[in-house]
Design a protein around this ligand. Sequence first.
Ligand SMILES: [Zn+2]
Length: 254
Amino acid sequence: MQPRPGTPAPARPGPRHAPAKYGACRRGDDIFVGRSPFDDDTLGHLSYWKYVIAHEFGHLVSKLLIRHSTDGGYGASSSITGLFPMCVCDHVTSANPLHCFQSLEDIGSALTEGWAQFYAAKAFNYTGEGDCTFVYYKEYRTGPNPADPVLTPPVPLGCQTPLRLKKNYCDVAVPNEYDSDGGIEGDWMNFLWRAHEDSANGSTMDDLRTILASTFSDGDFIKTAELAPAASAHFGAGAKATHFSQSATNAGID
Ligand SMILES: [Zn+2]
């Protein structure tokens, strides 16, 4: 009998690029949910994790409706030296460490992965109840100090309260031709959840699709500075545009 995922896994040097038949991903219009990236039976099959499955569906929805792709990979956290351990994935040992909830990423990757986490959170939470919980399937570092614990999955994380990981720990310029702000998928998940869930002024999924897609209409990739103008263009002046922009500011994605 295999131990359930969540059993502390022994530390191991992870491959930077998992073989194609392992891990979970969206390729083309297909979703793949395979074995552990480490081909380790003690870690179980990734189909065990409902949040992983919903995450991959989120990528497919993003690809089909927003038509957004990443702008060159996860790059940032592995190409900048001296970042806090909070901003990289060195603590991730039970899954692929290419990116994680708190890693500083190129802006397109932060949106892509943050959207997928948001989509998974939406799949298993009601909006408007104020207690959204996203259950994370990789390790999560709780603070910047070496003594701060690293939590082993499954890790329940609130979607409601901004963590402001980028602003608090990782606010450095990213060497990216599209947007030097970079981003963190956990912050983007919080932004999208808060922008969406408000009962009075929340953006519907179709609003989000339209606003985000409009930022790519000029043929390049998203820039954080384009978000507020895109919301104003979509909603016109008023509380919905303000709520959208305020959610982005509160999450600290700008
Ligand atoms: Zn993903």
